[in-house]
Design a protein around this ligand. Sequence first.
Ligand SMILES: CC(C)(COP(=O)(O)OP(=O)(O)OC[C@H]1O[C@@H](n2cnc3c(N)ncnc32)[C@H](O)[C@@H]1OP(=O)(O)O)[C@@H](O)C(=O)NCCC(=O)NCCS
Length: 384
Amino acid sequence: MPDMNGEPTHGPTDETNSDTGPRTDSPTDSGTDSGTDSGTSVAAGTDTPGHRLTAGLTIGNRVVVRYRLEEGEGAAATDFVGELVARNTDFLVVDTKTERVKLIRADVLAAKDVPPPASRAGRPHERVSADDLEKLMAKGWQAVDRGGVGDWVLRASGGFTGRANSVLVVGDPSLPVERAIDFAEKWYADRERPAIFQVHGETGFDATEQPTVAALLERGYVVGGGHDNWQRVLVMTGLSAAVPPLTEQSAPVTADAQLQLDWLTAYGEQRSIVPGATEAVLTGSDGQLFLSVRDPDTNTIIGLARLAIHPGWAGIFGLWVHPDHRRTGLATTIVSAAAMVARENNMPAMYLQVSEDNAAGVAFWRDLGFTVHHEYTYVAKPSA
Ligand SMILES: CC(C)(COP(=O)(O)OP(=O)(O)OC[C@H]1O[C@@H](n2cnc3c(N)ncnc32)[C@H](O)[C@@H]1OP(=O)(O)O)[C@@H](O)C(=O)NCCC(=O)NCCS
């Protein structure tokens, strides 16, 4: 959807979204404000089964909503599938493939968040499109400050990680590329941050062939932005069912829904923390778990990972094992625990991102059967 207002295009928003206040058009007659029958339904109350069923839906997620049709239409119910863009006391607003519909919450019969659609044949971790997986992963590592240019997502988080401080170039910016870049550059300049663009493609893709990148190169940007680990990042996916289960010999893994200080301190051993921004990103998704393994002698954390939870997908972030304890199977144990959580919670597919130059990381994931889904790179001015 075109969005030039700088407001978040993804992620949780308030229940009452002023942009999409109640209208009384029925979903089968969207665009007309007749408001007669639907007004009756709204008057039915704000604590109907439909209200309760829709309370847990996540704004920005793909949802399926089973909806009571008005009398006389011949069928009892129909399903709407699309992105939930807003919800208030009485209505849901869903962008389906063909139209934006406003649904009366009291008339909802069933509803749930669902994974991104299949765009090709394959197993659950293979059939998602790269654009959809990128959008999902952005929700698994939610930037503190977010905006939009059409489908592009603008993200800023005080400089904590490239992915939370870059433009996610996906879909259509709804503007000519030069104007979209102008908009993004101003958005970052307003925040005193450099504009960095994250672009993706198939394995081995040549970023310079993309029109957006060509336009950026003209402006003095470079692929990789002068950082070795920004040159090429692999997005790898696998099946949670294919990860080996925990065994009796596995070290105990703790899974905590809350971010604890000692987890954060151990996490700080692998990358610099930006106080405030780091905690906000780590805890900013709709659901996450902080996994850790401790040294039985010192009780200090010697291995950790963060698991982002999505409909149908689990994302692994920040997997790390203390150098003194590597090659003893700890990372495998942590991922086995993560996969167990994924299997138990109906998440057949898993993703992670690893820099191509991280030989140990790539070898580790390949050893577990994960394969490259697509790749991305950053395009930035060398000073960024
Ligand atoms: C990558 C990392 C998490 C692996 O942790 P680990 O506890 O040593 O991994 P495991 O002992 O479970 O290794 C399982 C298998 O992965 C592969 N592997 C792990 N480290 C490897 C390395 N340095 N080189 C080649 N293969 C490696 C091996 O096949 C290994 O089995 P083996 O030891 O029987 O040969 C660890 O090296 C690390 O913390 N690196 C820094 C952070 C990082 O790169 N994280 C991954 C980013 S997603």
